[in-house]
Design a protein around this ligand. Sequence first.
Ligand code: NI
Length: 172
Amino acid sequence: MAILEIRKYPDEVLKKKSLPIKGIDKNLQRLIDDMIETMHTACGIGLAAPQVGVSKRLIVIDISMRHEKQPVIVLINPEIVEADSLVDAEEGCLSLPGHSVAIKRAEKVVVKGLDRGGREIKIEADGLLARALQHEIDHLDGILIFDRLSSIKREFFKKKYLKELKSLGVRS
Ligand code: NI
């Protein structure tokens, strides 16, 4: 297993729509293991393939830090099939380190996809898991947390973020 580099905004790969996964092979299994290790090392609760530079529809989630017994979730080609009632909550992203914003998302969702063995699965989630699923699936469509803000708040967020990147000497 290997720890992969987590891409940070404004990396182009984060803005692209990812392609569906057609075959489940050894390379994909390795990518899944590497993404899980990368997520754990970064202390994140979720990671989407574009965040490690792979424009494919794959996410991993682990909320066991806050909810014991919840196993690691691996979802290939995930799709939200039901979403219910909106709630506001503070959210961060490993691709936008050091920043969090309050975002409205569905409280409950039903998500369909394939597990790492290629079997169809359906997850009914609420609370933190529902939020993590929506956040990671957004990444597959090139949507970042600030894209869920009003346009004024979005521009403010981006400016502040890019200014801080500059002051840290990071070139974008
Ligand atoms: Ni994220």
